[in-house]
Design a protein around this ligand. Sequence first.
Ligand SMILES: [Fe+2]
Length: 294
Amino acid sequence: MTTYPVNMSVKPEVKAFFDEATWTISYVVKDPESNKCAIVDSVMDIDYAAGRITYESADEIIQYVQDNDLEVEWLIETHVHADHLSAAPYIQQKTGGKIGIGEHIKTVQDVFGKVFNEGTEFQRDGSQFDALFTDGDTYEVGSMKVFAMHTPGHTPACMVHVFGDAAFVGDTLFMPDGGSARADFPGGDAGILFDSIQKVLELPDDMRLFMCHDYGPNGRDIQWETTVGDEKKHNIHVGEGKTKEDFVKFRTERDAQLAMPRLIIPSLQVNMRAGEIPRDKDGNPMLKVPVNGL
Ligand SMILES: [Fe+2]
């Protein structure tokens, strides 16, 4: 078992940006000791019906970074998202910083490289990203030491990134009343997801947890922040008293009824390329739709 360098005395400033079109929360995480920051899970806007890509959401983050004189050191993807497109390269062009994701991106690239018949020019070695993280890897944002925990289950490459007392859980967990994310995408596994969630719940009870998504269950307002202690007590899928067996049964039955995310086809093609839009043989940005391929 990996021992993680938890340091609850570091308390980063966290600014959240909620994207209404995809229910995604992006974050700017700032070192309390300097103007250095990281951006977690940014969003590129798409009108899929029109094939139109725009950058209002990303521009809002860039504006925030500039207004606060922040220096971006990292652009983190918690995983290859299937429901929104990453804006990491667009933001990187304007702010600098390195784009990082979990090393198991290679598995994801292998699976979806086949689904989208990408051919040999599509590298499946993660080389589109500036950094690939392994379980327990650390990196710096100013004076903060950040660590990454491998938390597969929703996808093989999922990682939770922990900055002091603030953990960015991606789709490993939802808010306590939202439960957990689906585990039925290729490479997903409900049992593995349960084990990964247990790893997150072993962090200190007062660790702040920041979600990648919230859907406002039962009509409540959108929320994105909770704690380990709160999830342990109240999470409707994995909280007190829930067994792995219960979870796998419930998750498998629920997932069988879920429709594909609206943006899965463009999202995977872009996000497995670290947010770059694929190009056709003449160099034009172009997306594919594999018929009955998913
Ligand atoms: Fe996801």
